[in-house]
Each structure stands twice: as C-alpha cells, then as structure tokens.
Design a protein around this ligand. Structure first.
Ligand code: 4AD
Ligand code: MG
Length: 476
C-alpha cells in the first residue's frame, strides 16, 4: 500500500479510507496513543493501537524519534485538536531511537543546544516550521520575479572579482598552501593555480547580473554568497543566500518600488500558505518573550506584524534626514548610542534599530548615502557627495535589502575604479557594458536568511539555515 502524507489525511473527507502512514514518533501515551509526525506539516497524526493485541516489546520501542510504519483505517477522532485519527491494524518499527542516547526529547531544548545537534534538530516542531516556511519563501520569490517578467541568471560561484570591494573573500585554490610556487618577488605565483589567477568564492552575483540585464532587460540571481567577515553576530553568516534583481532602464525610484512590491508579495504568499506554521511560530515567540522584560517584547503578534507590512506603504528618508533625526533623538542626547552619529559615518545597527523600531515603527527605505561609505558601482548624485543607494530596514532585523542605481557613465565609473584602487584590467568586462549601449539601470540584494528570520520571528540567523557557516564553525 502506498504511503499517504499526513498533511493530506487531516480532513474528514478521508474518513473510512485504508491508508499507510510512515513517520517518526513524537509521543506515546496510555499504552495506546502514538503521535506521529512525517514532516509534511506541523501537526501530528494520532495513531490508536490495540492495547491488548500489541506486544510489550513493540510498545517499549515506541519511543520519541523512532521511525514507524502503520496501516489502518482513518476514523473521526474522539480527541481534541484533530479531526481524524488512524485505527492501526498493522504496526512496524522501521528504526529504533534509543531514549538513553537520542538527544531530541519532548521538552523545550535551547537553541544553542539544538545548533550542536543541527543534524537532528529538523525533528523538532520549531525547525520543521522554519524550514517549511523557508521553502515557501523561496518559491514565493521565484514566483514574484517570474510574474514580473524577470529571468533567473545562475551567476558564477567562483569568480576573480570582489563586487563589494570589502576584501572579505574566501580564496579558492588547488595550490599546495604549504609549498605554493613563488614569483621572483616572493609572492604566490597564481599563474600555476587552477584558474591561472587568484580566485575566490563570490560575495555577490550583482556584477554579472548587470551584464545580463543589459541584454535581457530584467534578471535576478538567487544563489549562495560567501563572506569572510569576522562578525559573530546574530545577523551574519559566512555563507548566505541572496536574491539580486537587476533592471535595465530603471532608476532608484523604480528600484525602491520593486523592493517594496517584492517584500509585500512574498509576505502575502506565506501568510496565505503557511498559517499553521506561522501560528506555531507566533505562539513560540510569545512564549519565549515571556522571559524578557516588557519593553523587549513585541506588542503585536507575528502574523499581524507581517500583515501590517503588506498593508502600509514603506517610509522613505534620505541618509541626511536620518542623521538629522538621530541627532535629535533621546538616546543621542543622553549619549546612549555606542557609535558616533555624524554625516559621513555609516549607520550602525543601534541607529537603524532606533529608526525602524522606535521612530517609524515599520519598514523604512533610506536613500542617498555618502559615496565614501558605499561600493564603487553606485551612481554619483549631482551633489557630488552622495550616491543613489538604498537600504531597506525592517524592525528586529535592521538591513534586509541593500541596493542602488548603478553608475552607467563610463568616465565616472573609471574615476570610481581609480578612487577605489580597482585596476581597470580586472573589470574590463564590467566597463564594456558602459562602452556599448550603456543605459541607466538599478538593482538590489535581499538577504534570504534575513527574510526568513523576519517572517519566522527567529532571532538568530543560525536558526533559519540548515547548517550555518560562521567563524570557527563549519560542522556538518
Ligand atoms: O548590502 P549588501 O552587501 O549588497 C550587495 O551585496 C549588493 N551587491 C546587492 C545588490 O545591489 N545587488 O548585501 C545585500 C543583503 C543585505 O542587505 C543583507 O540582507 C544580506 O545581503 N547580507 C547578509 N546576510 C547574512 N549574512 C551576511 N554576512 C550578510 N551580508 C549581507
Ligand atoms: Mg548593505
């Protein structure tokens, strides 16, 4: 008999059917009721076994985590909280889980503990919910861009360039690092390396996406990106996934509208599709926050917060206005900010959080940052000091999207390369798009894990990616 997924067996329409289910035991109580979960949804199916006919040996093996297979008739449930249950005719243990050593028990484990058991944490309700929502978001992103007429580009993962110019790259080499060949000047001779030059894992697919956008009109990348930045925060990973649309003939205003439409569209989709998981995560957040002081708890429940983002227009401020607001803020006057607030200095997360959480209380798009704190490719504004950049900030996360209008004028871009010490022969191909049929264009990057954090209410980015890569940690 074919296996049925539990998600399809929960409504009364299936009552009376003979079915087989397979999953993992969550609980076994009263010698009779097995709650089994097969991952297809948050909810368990209750299996009812015959107390007398089932051997003691079999009952002993019905421990949390054991894999089982059961055949029986689906009946209307007598119990609360479920419409159906399975009256078991045939039960088989597929794989035992010794309760002495199986680490995932039916109690609240700390997130830190579960990170060390990342290979088994999928078995918990929380991680089941997070990864189902992650999947739904992934799909919603592709749907949004497809519906808007974008084409996905698979930009390279190995590259010779540093798009962001921050020098935070992981090198890729087949050289024997202990005995690397040297040039007469004593430097590593990369001409003998696999690619004949120094190469690294990409920090962003943007530069290549721009090339494609200047022909296909509107494209997006959605792939893994790698940053060797040594920031051990709850919002940084060394390996994360990024969505990067790039649109020809678009300016910063178009880019801001696209970012807003994109966020709203994916939120609307998951609110519609993941209600069971989001309800669970909402309750989990409320329970977790009970341990926190009142002023650190959310006033509004998770789903309502997400719905509010869908419903309200995003607020726009320039960097200059944001600095002004910050300098007039209470924490600034009371010297509560750790980092300085002055024109020309990058905003720190404490500043971003004050703006979105205290002042505006919702998503904000900050535009027109000083050129000196942004990447070389951003378009110079007429004031000569700022660039057409935008960051989208959301409560609880801070920056979720960073983007800009791109410098499409060859002479300006060459001057920027010189200023940022980027040799033109390293980016000749990028400059070529400004030589042949250049046009204004714009795009952005949305951190996928930051999006998943935002939607699930999880507070550490390590808990929204299956196997997080962070400094000193590449287990699994
Ligand atoms: O602001 P970033 O560095 O922008 C770029 O990479 C541009 N090339 C994007 C573009 O215009 N096409 O990164 C974009 C987003 C950030 O807003 C953040 O959400 C996420 O990527 N991000 C990270 N997420 C997790 N861990 C990290 N270390 C991240 N660094 C950036
Ligand atoms: Mg950024």
């Amino acid at each position: 008999m074919q296996r049925e997924r539990i998600v399809n067996l929960r409504d009364e329409a299936h009552i009376g059917k003979d079915v087989r289910v397979q999953g993992w035991v969550r609980t076994f109580r009263n010698d009779q009721f097995i709650a089994v979960n097969d991952g297809s949804c948050l909810g368990n199916l209750q299996l009812v076994i015959d107390r007398e006919a089932t051997s003691d040996d079999l009952k002993k093996r019905l421990t949390t985590g054991a894999a089982i297979s059961a055949v029986g008739v689906l009946e209307a449930s007598q119990g609360q909280g479920q419409a159906t249950e399975l009256r078991v005719a045939e039960l088989q243990i597929l794989g035992d889980a010794d309760p002495e050593s199986f680490p995932i028990q039916m109690k609240r484990h700390s997130m830190e503990f579960l990170r060390e058991k990342a290979h088994l944490r999928f078995r918990t309700s929380t991680f089941g919910a997070v990864f189902r929502v992650r999947h739904a978001l992934n799909f919603a992103v592709h749907k949004f861009f497809t519906d808007e007429g974008f084409f996905q580009m698979h930009t390279p993962i190995i590259t010779g360039s540093d798009a962001e110019g921050a020098g935070e790259m992981f090198q890729v080499t087949t050289l024997d690092v202990a005995n690397a060949p040297k040039t007469p000047e004593g430097e590593v001779d990369y001409s003998n390396d696999f690619f004949g030059k120094m190469s690294n894992l990409t920090v962003s697919g943007q530069l290549e996406a721009e090339l494609a956008a200047m022909a296909l009109g509107q494209v997006y990348t959605f792939g893994p990106t790698f940053r060797a930045e040594n920031s051990n925060t709850s919002r940084h990973l060394a390996e994360f996934w990024m969505i990067e649309p790039e649109v020809a003939f678009a300016d910063l205003g178009d880019n801001m509208k696209l970012a807003e439409r994109c966020l709203k569209s994916v939120l609307r989709d998951v609110l519609g599709q993941c209600d069971e998981d989001l309800t669970f995560l909402e309750n989990r957040e409320r329970d977790t926050e009970k341990q926190l002081p009142q002023d650190q708890r959310h006033d509004v429940p998770l789903r309502q917060r997400l719905q509010a983002v869908v419903d309200a227009p995003f607020i726009h401020v320039t960097y200059t206005e944001a600095i002004d607001l910050l300098q007039r803020s209470k924490p600034y006057k009371k010297k509560k900010f750790k980092y300085p607030v002055e024109w020309g200095v990058d905003l720190q997360s404490e500043h971003e959080r004050w703006l979105v959480e205290k002042h505006f209380n919702g998503p904000v798009i900050i535009t027109d940052y000083p050129a000196s704190i942004k990447a070389f490719y951003m378009r110079q504004n007429d004031d000569g000091k700022t660039v057409a950049a935008m960051d989208v900030l959301v409560p609880g996360i801070g920056e979720i999207i960073g983007g800009s209008q791109r410098e499409e004028r060859l002479e300006n871009l060459k001057a920027k390369c010189a200023e940022f010490n980027i040799p033109e022969e390293h980016v000749w191909w990028y400059l070529d798009t400004r030589r042949f049929g250049s046009a204004k264009h714009a795009g952005f990057g949305m951190g996928f894990e930051r999006l998943v954090m935002y939607v699930t209410g999880m507070t550490n980015i390590r808990d929204v990616i299956p196997f997080p890569r962070t400094p000193q940690n590449a287990e699994f």
